[in-house]
Design a protein around this ligand. Structure first.
Ligand SMILES: O=C(O)[C@H](O)COP(=O)(O)O
Length: 249
């Protein structure tokens, strides 16, 4: 049995402040770091030995991965970072408080911006200093590929080449892979893996710091089952809390 574990980073500063984050590079809170260590604990208890790990260019994911590997005493494994695993770009919403945005534009509109498949928030201006083209870390990415906003559909389109050409094929010669990324970039991968229809994906809210295991058969790499590690009640509570971030108060 081959396994890929998907893990959303632990709580970030802007998760705590309930702000749209996207490509903004904010750090973990102390709680987020503790969540990452707890995820490591759960993976240790289930005897995971990863062959390779993948993460984004954003420190909340990188640091979560480091905490997990530290807890597992598997810091030596190869790690590959890709901008393609970054969070969905939230355009002009980045930095705004989600509840205040719901008060201003309505909860329904915020739900569309957060969870619809093909509607993107307004883009950052071409000359906005937050435009990724001004950020040195993306200097090797062709300018035309750098987003100034994204729908989940756009995010999936940018992730899939990396998933299909790099991550998934490496399962052929590895048994266990770890992918630490973000709420929406992982929703995109999960949609692809489980063939979730466009209008169903709106309901999926990924909790921070909870390992999500996908098992594949050895021969054909067909998805056999998927499950979260941890207490189902606690996971449900965390998922509901994520869903509620877009409510008025
Ligand atoms: O970018 C963000 O704000 C979070 O990582 C995910 O936010 P969401 O749950 O509002 O999509």
């Amino acid at each position: 049995m081959k396994k890929i574990v998907l893990l959303r980073h632990g709580e970030s500063l802007w998760n705590m402040e309930n702000r749209f984050t996207g490509w903004t590079d904010v750090d973990l809170t102390a709680k987020g770091e503790a969540e990452a260590y707890t995820a490591g604990e759960q993976l240790l208890a289930d005897d995971f030995h990863f062959d390779k790990a993948y993460t984004s260019y954003l420190k909340r994911a990188v640091r979560t991965l480091n905490c997990v590997l530290d807890r597992l005493d598997q810091e030596w494994i190869p790690v590959e970072k890709s901008w393609r695993l970054n969070e969905k770009h939230y355009g002009q919403l980045q930095g705004l408080n989600k509840s205040e945005t719901a008060q201003k534009y309505g909860e329904e509109q915020v739900l569309i911006w957060r969870r619809s498949y093909d509607i993107a928030p307004a883009p950052l201006g071409e000359d906005d200093p937050r435009n990724p083209r001004f950020d040195i870390r993306y200097r090797d990415v062709p300018a035309a590929e750098l987003p100034r906003t994204e729908s989940l559909k756009d995010t999936v389109k940018r992730i899939l080449p990396y998933w299909n050409d790099v991550i998934f094929p490496s399962l052929k010669h590895h048994d266990q892979l770890l992918v630490v990324a973000h709420g929406n970039s992982l929703r995109g991968i999960i949609k692809h893996l489980k063939h979730i229809p466009d209008d169903e994906i709106v309901k999926l809210n990924l909790p921070t710091g909870v390992p999500y295991v996908f098992e594949f058969d050895d021969r054909h790499l067909r998805l056999e089952k998927d499950y979260f590690l941890g207490d189902p009640e606690e996971i449900r509570r965390k998922m509901n809390a994520v869903a509620s971030q877009g409510k008025k108060a």
